[in-house]
Design a protein around this ligand. Structure first.
Ligand code: UD1
Length: 415
């Protein structure tokens, strides 16, 4: 199993290009199931999850041709409407084929995802939404089986804000008969990016980016070209790493408008940030100040940045409270950070981090994607060597992470 070895202590310096967003790429790749024509996607990140999604779509009969950073999909020969357990268990986003399959072909069999390291993560809202649109759904042998002649527009209220739930139902409604209104829908920028792609394919969607999205179904969608938005979590991760190490970095090809809460928190921690066009420059001098964090749906602070801020708080001046309101078990990194010398107390969904003046390198284990990023940041500031085991989690969501960090002056290598 591959590991990362980091010699801590180097401040990050220099420029880095931000990749296309994983959480926009995965749903948008599923949109290729909605049309027989070609969907050309550019700025696709080279990630394990993108490869898994491509394989899944190909198993269904989609043809996929790649060039650097892009894939062209064609869905004129889709004849297998099933997402098997083996794929869904490694990548929960595979649930995003459910809506497109049932709305275009009237039939879909998708494995139930089951649990994952950060919590139980059910898909009941995806199922209820499809039922409200007239799909007949049964759960058989661990699979969701959905059938419908043609889905019908409906008014759907989400009890809990769900990102992939909103995306699945938005894609379903694009080809449904009539108008669908998604209320208490997710406002994440990746939902807007999917809506932009669907509009380029001929869908009628308005209100994306707010908590009420209206979709008027059309008979058919056509081919399109769409450029995937920049990854706000990758951007945020590099900015936190630069703040923690007292560095000075410039991110290129990113967007500050989708990172507002993160930039505010970094400013509170003492970083100086300048935005110019699609670049963000961050400069940090001295020890960061501890910053409280409370995760919540967009536009509040993203749960996918919680672990990285925990690492920052570990070496900050003062104490911080970190509250996780989205996932019930997203503090797996705490035990690993403690192995590096961090002082963290956890009670339910709340952690209290008391900053220490240094961490010490040790061997730690990555438990999920963003927890891995947190351990990388901790390793970059720790004294001596940190070895991170099970880094396959990191490869699911960060494109060429050690190459990018080396380019910024980090002493990091893959074992
Ligand atoms: C997406 C992101 C993930 C991010 C998360 C929250 C992708 C591919 N993944 O995950 O990186 O951490 O949003 O911003 O975009 N829930 C239910 N029933 C459902 C669906 C969700 O109870 O049917 C609950 C979940 O257990 C969780 C909360 O709703 O507590 C939010 O989850 P959701 O927004 O659906 O997360 P994902 O879309 O899976």
């Amino acid at each position: 199993m591959q590991k990362l070895a980091i010699q801590g202590g180097n401040p990050l310096q220099g420029e880095v290009r931000i990749s296309g967003a994983k959480n926009a790429a995965l749903p948008i790749m599923c949109a290729s199931l909605l049309t027989a024509e070609t969907l050309r996607l550019t700025n696709l990140p080279d990630l394990h999850d993108v490869g898994t999604m491509r394989k899944l779509l190909q198993q269904m009969g989609i043809t996929a041709k790649s060039a650097t950073g892009e894939i062209t999909f064609k869905g004129d020969k889709v004849e297998n409407w099933e997402a098997p357990y083996d794929m869904v268990k490694t990548m929960r986003a595979a649930i995003l084929v459910l809506g497109p399959l049932v709305t275009r072909f009237g039939d879909a069999r998708v494995s139930l995802p089951g649990g994952c390291a950060i919590g139980s993560r059910p898909v009941d809202l995806h199922i209820k939404g499809l039922q409200a649109m007239g799909a007949e759904i049964s759960i058989e042998h661990g699979y969701i089986h959905a059938k419908a002649k043609r889905l019908k527009g409906a008014r759907i209220f989400f009890d809990i804000v769900s990102v992939t739930g909103t995306e699945n139902l938005m894609m379903s409604a694009a080809l449904a008969d009539g108008v669908t209104v998604l209320e208490n829908s997710a406002r994440e920028p990746e939902v807007v990016d999917l809506a932009n792609c669907l509009r380029a394919m001929g869908a009628k969607i308005s209100g994306d980016g707010t908590d009420a999205i209206t979709i008027t179904g059309v008979e058919k969608l056509h081919g399109a070209h769409h450029r995937i938005m920049p990854d706000r979590i990758e951007s945020g991760t590099f900015l936190v790493a630069a703040t923690a190490t007292g560095g000075s970095i410039t991110l290129r090809e990113t967007r500050a408008d989708i990172l507002e809460t993160v930039l505010e928190k970094l400013t509170e921690a003492g970083a100086k940030i300048k935005v110019s066009g699609d670049s963000i420059h961050l400069e940090m001098n001295g020890r960061p100040k501890a910053v409280n964090v409370r995760t919540a749906p967009h536009p509040a602070f993203p749960t996918d940045m919680q672990a990285q801020f925990m690492a920052l708080n570990c070496i900050a001046e003062g104490s911080a409270i970190v509250i996780e309101t989205i996932f019930e078990n997203r503090f797996m990194h705490v035990q690993e950070l403690r192995r590096l010398g961090a002082h963290i107390d956890v009670e339910g969904n709340t952690s209290v981090v008391r900053g220490v003046d240094h961490l010490e390198g040790a061997t730690v284990m990555a438990t999920d994607l963003r927890a891995s990023a947190c351990l990388v940041i901790a390793g970059l500031v720790a004294q001596g060597e940190t070895v991170i085991d099970r880094i396959y989690h990191l490869d699911r969501g960060y494109e060429h992470i050690e190459a990018k960090l080396s380019q910024l002056g980090a002493n990091i290598r893959r074992l």
